[in-house]
Design a protein around this ligand. Structure first.
Ligand SMILES: [Zn+2]
Length: 175
């Protein structure tokens, strides 16, 4: 990602970010072989503890909001006994969509760390506009939300169709 990402990368997210991203990758891989789930993994961490984690369960739950990030936020909320998750970091294998970024805003999570970004994967995973919703939401709503992209980028991107791939039409659910 752009400037915020590189600024954050130099300010110490480093090893912890890779450690938790590896867990998110494990969850994504579990999602990829679970019927009705999908290969996006998410971990929410506060004070060195995983509060909630999960993978995409949209088809499994017949719930269009059951993205990995939302699944993890719901579990983290239960674990924390609060919908507000101040001081937490959300790690996700793929740049979060507008819905999940917005939920991060409402949950008061401090930091979003993602692996693969828009440019690393096929366009079907994102809204087909020039607007990058994660930037838009951070700029529009919170000056203090830290967004760090590209952590284990190659490992994460390997889970998805690449920009030059030609996915079968039945898998292009967002288009
Ligand atoms: Zn989402």
């Amino acid at each position: 990602m752009a400037t915020k990402a590189s600024a954050s990368a130099n300010s110490g997210a480093g090893d912890d970010a890779e450690f938790y991203m590896r867990r998110a990758l494990e969850l994504a891989r579990i999602g990829s072989i679970t019927p009705g789930a999908a290969a996006i993994g998410c971990v929410i961490v506060r004070d060195g503890q995983i509060l909630g984690e999960g993978h995409n369960e949209v088809d499994l739950r017949h719930d269009t909001t059951a993205h990995a990030e939302i699944v993890a936020m719901r579990r983290a909320g239960v674990a924390a006994g609060s919908a507000e998750l101040r001081g937490a970091t959300l790690y996700t294998t793929l740049q979060p969509c507008g819905m999940c970024s917005m939920a991060v805003i409402w949950s008061k999570i401090d930091r979003i760390v993602f692996g693969a970004g828009r440019a690393d994967v096929h366009a079907m995973y994102f809204e087909e506009r020039h607007l990058d919703t994660v930037d838009f939401i951070a700029d529009a709503f919170r000056d203090d939300l830290v967004i760090l992209g590209g952590v284990l980028r190659d490992d994460c991107a390997a889970l998805y169709y690449g920009p030059g791939d030609d996915p079968p039409p039945e898998e292009q659910s967002n288009l």
